[in-house]
Design a protein around this ligand. Structure first.
Ligand code: ATP
Length: 243
């Protein structure tokens, strides 16, 4: 099987600091890759470099064989590589339904169809009871689901999740992880950056471990947690206490 997402030699520096240094990986269709690493390892930079939010210094990103390197993020999203944001940015005064319908409208010019898709996705992520509320009124867990719903409404080929569990208390995390597991089981290809190790272990087919901008390990969750380089990178820093 050829990879759906293929990343090679990504390098990105900020004023001489190599935040991401020659990073590459493949993601096969229908698989989930977790990205972990200590604070400052380069996870967010890699994420933005792949999804089009940052212009890379070197390297290539290919989506199903199409070179999308340096495409602007809206064009990357239209091609099917869609990211969520850690700081959610819904249109606050709009209802949940309208917010999701706007996202769905990026895929269809038919407003009726966009609303149909929005209803489906809202049900999928369990937001029915908030459907007609202004998005700004949602609790954090609801905003996370809304962010997921907006991404799913665009029918992504690859969904990239940026710390979707951040800001949630442990009891709120589990249902979100269950939802992600359902999406995975439904065949959705995902790449996610996450500090909560239990979620990484449960959801990932393979895990990419970064430290100081470089890949220090790449394997199954069981392989990477046993890897001495990973243990060393995390010394002095405890992965999320609940993880
Ligand atoms: N816009 C920027 N300007 C300057 N330096 C930056 C910028 N973004 C990131 N960096 C630096 O690049 C390095 C990697 O940062 P990055 O945010 O990618 O790491 P991270 O693994 O996502 O960290 P965390 O887990 O804390 O979110 C850090 O040293 C950071 O200070």
């Amino acid at each position: 099987m050829s990879p759906l997402l293929s990343v090679r030699g990504i390098t990105k520096s900020f004023r001489g600091l190599r935040a991401v240094d020659d990073v590459g990986f493949d993601v096969e269709p229908g698989t989930v890759m977790g990205v972990i690493g200590p604070n400052g390892a380069g996870k967010s930079t890699l994420f933005a470099s792949v999804s089009g939010g940052l212009r890379v210094d070197a390297g290539t990103v290919a989506l199903d064989g199409t070179d999308i390197t340096r495409w602007p993020d809206h064009r990357v999203a239209r091609a099917g590589l869609v990211r969520t944001f850690q700081l959610m940015r819904p249109f606050g005064t709009m209802t949940v339904l309208d917010n999701v319908a706007v996202a769905a409208a990026s895929r269809t010019a038919d407003t009726g169809r966009a609303y149909e898709r929005a209803h489906e996705v809202i049900e999928r992520v369990g937001l029915e009871r908030y459907r007609d509320q202004a998005s700004a009124e949602l609790p954090t867990a609801g905003l996370k689901r809304l962010e997921l719903a907006r991404a799913l409404a665009t029918s992504p080929r690859v969904l990239m999740l940026d710390e979707v569990l951040a800001g949630l208390v442990p009891s709120e995390r589990e249902p979100v992880v269950d939802l992600l597991a359902e999406l995975r089981d439904g065949g959705l290809t995902m790449v996610f950056v996450e500090h909560v190790m239990t979620a990484v272990m449960r959801l990932s087919d393979h895990v990419l471990v970064l430290d100081r901008g470089r890949v220090i390990a790449h394997g199954t969750p069981a392989e990477v947690v046993e890897d001495p380089r990973v243990v060393e990178a995390y010394l002095g820093e405890r992965p999320d206490a609940d993880g």
